[in-house]
Write a protein that binds this ligand. Structure first.
Ligand code: PMP
Length: 283
């Protein structure tokens, strides 16, 4: 596999980053994950807009223009022959002597990209649905910034799997924030789609935004507000959204079946129209 590191395309075994890189020492870094479908990129410009926001919230320097980043994404897709999968891109504050204070801006940011080829369109889990377990949300208070501080979500997913589930839903003060790497949604008995409103509490998912647009276009009533774990357990349907899972039905929460315990029709329909739209608009 060829990876990109600071201007060079290299075999992964030859790619290096300084041990003093602040991404490594302080998780002083942000990232984006963009989906490749049919060799093309889904929602690339929305990912770049979110990257810019993450960078500016942390006073990080942009590593390159959007056009240059697009060219690098495309070059990696070509070099690795990726038809379907993900491109991971990370920007760090760069290498500097270890100090809690940010270094003066002379340190150039580090830019790393790699690809992960994988089936996304026809995932078996999309047909069966996934089971989630609730885990306390103990992450920091700026989850809207897409930083690489992923230790707690990683621990939460480990705990969910230990409990026999597939992923965790993170819960704070009785309300669901989001999944470990996806946004959480429910559909009420009355057919209303409820999803957590945007704030510092959750990542502003690119897939969430696309799916909400499509849901509104198809006439669904949408409420953007916090919902409780109890409300979720009593919902007719539940699902998650992310660049890698698109729309993924949730069939149980803490072992309690959602609806009849099979993927719900709203989630399945939203998955179909999301993939149609992605195929149509990918660049
Ligand atoms: N929330 C969290 C915590 C995530 O890590 C992700 C995926 N990076 C998402 C939501 C979904 O975001 P997106 O749709 O942009 O992939």
């Amino acid at each position: 596999r060829i990876v990109y590191v600071n201007g060079a395309y290299l075999p992964e075994a030859e790619a290096t980053i300084s041990v003093f890189d602040r991404g490594f020492l302080f998780a002083d870094a942000v990232y984006e994950v963009t989906t490749v479908l049919g060799g093309k990129l889904i929602d690339f410009h929305a990912h770049m807009a979110r990257l810019d926001r993450s960078l500016s919230e942390l006073d990080l320097t942009a590593p390159a223009s959007h056009d240059d980043l697009l060219a690098i994404h495309r070059e990696l897709v070509t070099r690795n022959g990726v038809d379907e999968g993900l491109i991971y891109m990370q920007v760090t504050r760069g290498a500097a002597d270890r100090d809690f204070l940010f270094p003066a801006k002379v340190t150039p940011p580090s830019l790393v990209l790699f690809t992960q080829a994988m089936a996304l369109r026809d995932k078996p889990a999309a047909r069966t649905g996934i089971r989630v377990a609730s885990v306390p949300d103990l992450r920091w208070g700026r989850r809207d910034i897409k930083t690489v501080q992923l230790l707690y979500p990683s621990m939460a997913k480990m705990e969910a799997v230990r409990q026999g589930a597939d992923d965790a839903w993170l819960v704070e003060d009785g309300v669901v924030t989001e999944g470990t790497s996806n946004n959480a949604h429910i559909v009420t008995a009355g057919g209303t789609l409820i999803t957590r409103n945007l704030s510092h509490a959750i990542l502003h998912g690119i897939t969430r935004a696309a799916v909400l647009r499509l849901a509104a276009d198809s006439g669904l009533t949408i409420e953007e507000r916090p919902f409780t774990l109890d409300e979720a357990k009593a919902a007719r349907e539940a699902f998650v959204t992310s660049a890698s899972s698109f729309v993924m039905p949730v069939i149980s929460i803490d072992g309690m079946a959602i609806g009849d315990g099979t993927p719900g029709p709203v989630a399945q329909r939203l998955r179909e129209i999301y993939i149609e739209e992605a195929d149509r608009t990918a660049i």
